[in-house]
Ligand binder design. Structure first.
Ligand code: FAD
Ligand code: SF4
Length: 330
């Protein structure tokens, strides 16, 4: 591991100033992803700015009735918060479906959004990888890709985003807040992760040196009846091979509102806009749910070894929406 300097920031402006425009410095949240990548040589920062003491560890209500979540709130703290559990249950479930209790107590909201892909070629510095070394190639396309993207990928990268939390936040229209030397800014999570295109190394719309200060969730009554379902290769301590955050409002047998976001199918959490369009105003039946899934999956371009994800997503959508509709009817 490369030797590095360590500094602790005590306020937001100080953290931003410490990082400056230095491409060799990184913010340190819980360190559960960054430090692993430093050990393998994927990340080689000369300096870390520890942000865990910043006053960004609160969850509060917005004047509009949504939630403001600080960037250094731990994943464990987020999942346990009564208002998150009551008003956005799929978010609490998504966080609890990730990692382990120990990791969730270290990992932060900001770090979770910026965790890197688990593509095995990305984490192995002996391999080429366009995301790690632009222009070096993408061995996953001809090689190991059974857990790679079926939606929104390109010839340059087919990796998926690993976060569970970000999938639920995407379903509920979260907005990421950040601070730069030029002042504060914000970007909807829907625009936060950049399309892969021919620049897979450029992952987010965050300006250089920006510190994520938190996430805002707008009020969403439909979210109170929501669910996160994660499919993985073993029952715990594993990343998703497919996941769904869904919320459904059904009245008189008709879908009034629906929110759907998919995980582990694309380079970013995938808001299922086409599926939501089919659902809204349609009868709440298994046929409608299947048609909604098919509308979203029409854009799927599976690789030779990940076609199973198309069936997996379809089944997830039908099963979870059926359960949510049955709960509404009770
Ligand atoms: C064994 C294991 C299993 C896991 N399983 C899952 C899983 O199933 N699902 C899942 O979603 N996740 C899983 N994770 C990932 C885990 O959730 C992430 O490692 C964690 O959320 C990252 O948060 P952190 O605070 O530790 O980030 P760090 O490692 O500290 O930082 C990650 C990146 O974010 C940057 N950063 C951190 N905070 C900020 C900020 N406020 N502003 C700007 N940049 C910032 C850092 O510079 C770094 O580049 C797993 C991790 C491990 C080790
Ligand atoms: S899929 Fe993306 S991360 Fe994986 S090897 Fe290809 S370029 Fe690298």
């Amino acid at each position: 591991m490369r030797e590095f300097d360590y500094q602790r920031a005590h306020d937001v402006a100080g953290a931003v100033a410490l990082l400056g425009a230095d491409p060799d410095t990184r913010y340190l949240g819980g360190g559960t992803n960054l430090v692993d990548l430093m050990k393998t040589g994927v990340e080689r920062p000369a300096r870390l700015v520890d942000i865990r003491e910043l006053p960004l560890d609160e969850i509060g209500t917005t004047p509009e009735g949504g939630l403001r979540i600080g960037a250094t709130v731990t994943n464990g703290g987020l999942a346990a918060h009564p208002e998150v559990r009551r008003r956005y249950p799929a978010l609490a479930q998504a966080v609890l479906a990730g990692a382990s209790g120990q990791l969730r107590n270290m990992a932060t909201v900001g770090g979770n959004l910026l965790q890197r892909t688990r593509c095995g070629y990305f984490t192995d510095v002996t391999q080429p990888c366009n995301k790690r070394v632009p222009g070096s190639g993408c061995p996953a396309i001809q090689g190991e890709h059974h857990n790679h993207a079926i939606l929104g990928a390109s010839d340059h990268c087919v990796a998926v985003h690993p976060s569970d939390m970000a999938v639920a936040l995407t379903a509920f229209d979260a907005v990421v807040r950040f601070e730069t030397a030029d002042g504060p800014g914000q970007v909807p999570l829907a625009d936060f992760y950049l399309p892969v295109g021919d620049t897979p190394h450029r992952e987010t719309a965050l300006p250089p040196g920006a510190l994520i200060t938190g996430v805002t969730l707008p009020p969403a009554p439909v979210a109170a009846r929501s669910r996160y379902r994660k499919v993985r290769e073993r029952a715990s301590y594993a990343f998703a091979i497919g996941s769904l955050a869904a919320a459904l409002d059904v009245r008189d047998g008709v879908v009034r509102d629906a929110r759907l976001a998919l995980g582990a199918v694309a380079s970013r959490p995938w808001r299922a806009v086409a599926a939501e369009r089919v659902l809204t105003g349609a009868p709440a039946t298994a046929e409608t749910y299947a048609a909604a899934a098919d509308a979203e999956l029409a854009a799927a371009r599976p690789l030779p070894h990940n076609g199973y994800k198309v069936d997996l997503v379809r089944n997830l959508v039908v099963a979870v929406l059926t359960e949510l509709a049955e709960e509404t009817a009770r």
